[in-house]
Design a protein around this ligand. Structure first.
Ligand code: PMP
Length: 385
């Protein structure tokens, strides 16, 4: 009775003595983020304990899955929209529409950013895209246009379709405008990683204390932006591309050409290779890849089998549930750690969560074994590359 009353009145005293204090406005409290945009970036750098212990290196991963839209594409979508606003190409709440051709994370990030800022997202995607992804885009308020599969030079191909739709909208008299986001060629993409992802990695490693940065490339925005920031500031840094089957980028980095060198797995090109890995690996040099290509020192090939085994390994040992491109990154990081030996620091990227990849990649990966845990060397010896 008595003690409790005393304690609670002491606790209340500071409040009672300043009855006219206003709560500080949210923008003056540094820990409060303003809107969904405020949740983008400043992702943690996590040490992957199992891979570090097994290799003797410090293997760190930029946890891009912690962005509100679940991937690094939030950074890119925000940068593309903000740059278009600065250039006066679009204006919030005026009926403007942002168009993109993508079946991946970029559509989800654009849909989210468009809602937050007062635009409509219109996403063109191949008609064989999983219903999971289409549902998510529609729940986020995007207009989804399913386009029959077609070659990259075909006007009806989904990326070309998005470009056409934006032009059509701009040709309409009056009304809102259309913006083609164009993540492959739009330089706001690599700049977002140059301005944010790169500097974050630099400070999170105690001023650039890393030996290797290793990641895959879809548009190339991540590898180019991060490399362009880190290379001049981290003497001796090695930048490595992690590449899935069928992608031409491996040969481009190793030999300077995409197709002329006979690949070990044959001479098949990307669209003929049935890989389980989504989001990385391409067969043309985009502007966002080209801008950083001279800074990429080496490339590592990763097979689907290795990626599947690594994804299971990370759940078994770390409780880390990742998507296919992250699994590729981690195979490449572990293989590079073995190559350069213990004592080095390697930074890679957790691109997104496994929950985005349940119906394809994780279906193939199957259940995680409860009795036989995979060893890292088993994975790295699955195929020699
Ligand atoms: N992982 C996933 C899941 C992706 O969707 C992408 C982008 N397409 C990447 C990795 C590669 O990133 P970037 O486009 O910056 O090369």
């Amino acid at each position: 009775g008595f003690l409790a009353t005393t304690a609670s009145s002491h606790f209340l005293l500071p409040l009672i003595s300043h009855p006219h204090d206003q709560p500080p406005s949210s923008s003056s409290i540094p820990d409060i983020k303003i809107g969904v945009e405020g949740l983008i970036g400043n992702t943690p750098l996590v040490k992957i304990k199992s891979l570090s212990a097994a290799t003797g290196c410090t293997i760190l991963a930029k946890a891009e899955l912690q962005n509100p839209g679940g991937s690094a594409k939030d950074r890119v979508a925000l940068a593309i929209v903000e740059r278009a606003e600065q250039e006066g190409l679009i204006r919030p709440h005026s009926g403007d529409v942002v168009y993109e051709g993508t079946s991946g994370s970029t559509g989800i990030s654009l849909a989210m950013i468009c809602r937050a800022k007062g635009y409509t997202a219109h996403i063109c995607l191949p008609s064989d895209t999983s219903t999971e992804k289409i549902d998510l885009l529609e729940r986020l308020g995007a207009t989804v246009e399913k386009v029959p599969p077609a070659g990259i030079v075909d006007k009806r191909q989904y990326v070309n379709m998005a470009r056409t739709r934006a032009a059509e909208r701009n040709a309409l008299p009056g009304g809102g405008r259309g913006l083609f986001a164009d993540q492959f060629e739009n330089e706001a993409n690599w700049r977002a990683h140059y301005e944010h992802t790169g500097p974050e990695i630099y400070s999170q490693t105690g001023g650039g204390k890393l030996d290797v940065f290793i990641t895959g490339a879809g548009t190339g925005g991540t590898i180019s932006g991060v490399s362009r920031f880190l290379k001049p500031r981290v003497p001796g840094l090695t930048v490595v591309l992690a590449d899935p089957p069928g992608s031409g980028l491996f040969n481009k980095v190793k030999y300077g050409v995409m197709f002329d060198v006979k690949e070990r797995e044959g001479t098949r090109r990307r669209h003929q290779v049935d890989t389980l890995v989504e989001g990385i690996g391409i067969n043309r040099v985009t502007r966002n890849f080209e801008i950083g290509r001279p800074l990429v020192d080496d490339a590592v090939r990763v097979t689907d089998e290795e990626a599947l085994a690594m994804a299971r390994y990370l759940v078994e040992h770390d409780g880390l549930f990742v998507g296919s491109s992250t699994a590729v990154n981690c195979v490449a990081a572990a293989r590079y750690a073995k190559k350069i030996g213990p004592g080095h620091t390697i930074v890679t990227v957790i691109c997104d969560s496994g929950s985005r990849h349940l119906s394809k990649f994780w279906k193939a990966a199957g259940e995680v074994s409860r009795d036989h845990e995979l060893e890292l060397d088993e994975i790295l010896n699955m195929s020699r590359s």
